[in-house]
Design a binder for this molecule. Structure first.
Ligand code: FAD
Length: 342
């Protein structure tokens, strides 16, 4: 009897989960191992602001019950960090030193919130919002009616900001080039959209560069962001919403090409024959533009995961989606973004 092919997927987000499900649907014999740093099985990260609307039990967030993975014979290895991939040896090393071999590897490691370079030494004084645990920390550290300071204000942050305003909190926004990311908009458009936020009660510091973050200021609120002109902005939590940095560090020994993300052809294969990538971690070759492009957002990412998994099984499908990418103000005067359409 031949040994079943071992497909390993790094990451259990939208791309990884969609890939595992698709693989299993078309092949009930292959081995599927999903390795993730997450402690929870797959949930949609776009649901995380819901913790402020009472969804604080992690079970309410899950896309499928935990038993699904056993039923589908998908080995889900949670709380496991990949630290190295050896492309030539087809071997993955986990942080606890275990080695896992693969026949085909799909990397769906996503990205983490980017922190402006001059602020990275203050990362420990800021809150993240990329996981259930991080969202719950923000929920616990924001007192009722308290203030969240957001640096940047990408679409993930703006979504959270609107939820916070709706649930009785205050928001201070320090804008920069990533405000409304991943939408690419002009200064004029940005100004119009910021007016909508200001009318809803957001305090806005326009293009004032933050240079420091401090905590435990006895006279004021818990956190303080200092701006380049010396202005001090006080709040209870500080968060950076400045787009994403792809999680590629562990791929440096994998014998694949990397720019800011893992570079893949339109079939989502890397420069290594046995490694594919999908989701926020990858940049896809765009033949008309003669450049590698990111395609952020949940809808793109899910399509990529499913497509990559079919190509791992021998198909030659091309990622050729053209999902609408617009932001504007609706007839009701509210912000409307295609990024938010769940
Ligand atoms: C709060 C929030 C709100 C959002 N709202 C929207 C929205 O409204 N609309 C929208 O389109 N998008 C939204 N997004 C973005 C969307 O969730 C992402 O585009 C999508 O999750 C990306 O999926 P992915 O599978 O590529 O990566 P991710 O979902 O980021 O998953 C990455 C996976 O890789 C794992 N991983 C990373 N490194 C390692 C490693 N070294 N070892 C092991 N595992 C590793 C992680 O543990 C995780 O399981 C939101 C994101 C957040 C955080």
């Amino acid at each position: 009897m031949s040994t079943p092919i071992h497909n390993v997927i790094i990451g259990s987000g939208s791309a990884g989960f969609g890939a595992a499900r698709t693989l299993r649907k078309s092949d009930d014999k292959c081995r599927i191992t999903m390795i993730t740093m997450d402690s929870l099985p797959f949930y949609h990260r776009y649901d995380l602001p819901q913790v402020f609307r009472g969804k604080q039990d992690w079970r309410d967030l899950l896309d499928v019950p935990p038993a699904y993975y056993d039923e589908m014979d998908i080995k889900l290895r949670r709380c496991s960090r990949v630290v190295d991939v050896e492309g030539a040896a087809q071997k993955i090393t986990l942080a606890h030193q275990e080695a896992v071999g693969y026949d085909r590897l799909l990397v769906c490691a996503g990205g983490r919130g980017y922190i402006p370079e001059n602020l990275t030494s203050y990362a420990g004084l800021m809150h993240g919002f990329g996981s259930f645990e991080a969202a719950m920390r923000v929920y616990r550290d924001l007192p009722a009616g308290g203030t969240a300071i957001m640096i940047g204000g990408d679409m993930v942050g703006i979504d959270l900001a609107l939820t916070l305003l709706d649930t009785g909190y205050k928001v201070t926004l320090i804008t920069n080039g990533q405000t409304f990311w991943p939408h690419e908009i002009s200064q004029e458009e940005q100004a119009r959209l910021l007016e909508v936020l200001a009318a809803k009660g957001v305090t806005i510091f326009k293009d004032s560069r933050p240079v420091g973050v401090s905590r435990d200021n006895a006279q004021h609120a818990a956190s303080c962001v200092t701006l380049e002109d010396g202005t001090e902005v006080f709040g209870d939590v500080v968060m950076s919403f400045c787009g994403l940095a792809s999680s590629v560090e562990f791929m440096l020994g994998a014998d694949v090409d990397i720019e800011r993300g893992l570079l893949v052809n339109p079939e989502l294969r890397t420069s290594n024959e046995t490694i594919w990538a999908a989701g926020d971690v990858c940049q896809i070759w765009h033949d008309q533009e003669k450049a590698y492009r990111f395609y952020h957002g949940w809808k793109n990412v899910r399509v990529m995961g499913e497509l990559a998994s079919r190509n791992m099984q021998g198909a030659h499908e091309i990622f050729d989606v053209d999902i609408e990418d617009t932001i504007g103000i609706g007839p009701d005067g509210q912000l409307r973004s295609t990024f938010w359409t769940h």
